[in-house]
Design a protein around this ligand. Structure first.
Ligand code: TYD
Length: 214
């Protein structure tokens, strides 16, 4: 099993992706795979600068979407595509589903424009199918918004997204559900309200058989 494999983690803030991202990377490495672990917005020096701006500076929704897709373009070109080309497992903390959920759902930004940007930014001659790079598997950590808000409360100074009210995260969550409905085979919905061990079992169960054994 040395085919490239592109996995993304998604969910509202407070859904609890982080520890499972690290555990999954470790599990793939234990199975002998080379893993590129990265995140969005970010993952390159330029994209990390754009991340800092997007998370802190006030801006309108189109500016926000353009900066996020600019960061994504650089990240794809510099990190994700080269890693997939050498057969890595690429694990990315958030990707374009977050843009449809946060900018599309949360901010109410035009989904057609997001789809256009998605096609421009993710176009590559080496992606299978229609030539638009998409994850092979997306693990959507789904959690009720009040539980996520309670988990986040008091943990750190909130960024521009974490500071949003629960109603915003209801829209984000609905945005994720819509994305999953459009491409159900790519998604695994993880019930993030379970205990940590049960969540981890769900994550492992979502990985196709053979990938986690050496
Ligand atoms: P997150 O991934 O939760 O990182 P951390 O755990 O360090 O806070 O933070 C990134 C934030 O950016 C998150 O609130 C969601 C937001 N975001 C968007 O709004 N659109 C996007 O396309 C992406 C990738 C993230």
């Amino acid at each position: 099993m040395n085919q490239p494999f592109f996995i993304t983690f998604e969910g509202i803030d407070g859904a609890g992706k982080s520890t499972h991202i690290d555990a999954l990377a470790a599990a793939f490495r234990a199975a002998g795979r080379s893993v590129t672990l990265t995140r969005e917005p970010g993952g390159t020096p330029l994209a990390e600068k754009l991340r800092a701006i997007v998370l802190a500076d006030p801006m309108d929704a189109l500016t926000e979407a353009l900066l996020i897709f600019a960061a994504r373009r650089d990240h794809l070109q510099q990190v994700i595509e080269p890693a997939l080309a050498k057969g890595d497992v690429v694990i990315c903390d958030r990707f374009t589903d977050a843009t449809f959920a946060y900018q599309g759902g949360g901010r109410g930004f035009d989904l057609e424009i997001l789809s256009t940007l998605e096609r421009w930014v993710q176009q590559t001659s080496v992606a299978p199918g229609d030539g638009i790079r998409q994850p092979d598997l997306t693990l959507w950590f789904d959690l009720a918004t009040d539980i996520a808000a309670a988990r986040l409360a008091g943990t750190r100074v909130p960024d521009r997204f974490e500071a949003q009210p629960v109603a915003f995260f209801e829209q984000v969550r609905a945005g994720y559900a819509r994305r999953m409905a459009l491409d159900p085979d790519r998604f695994a919905r993880i019930d993030a309200g379970q205990g940590r061990e049960a969540v981890w079992a769900s994550v492992r169960a979502a990985i196709p058989s053979g990938y986690l054994t050496s």
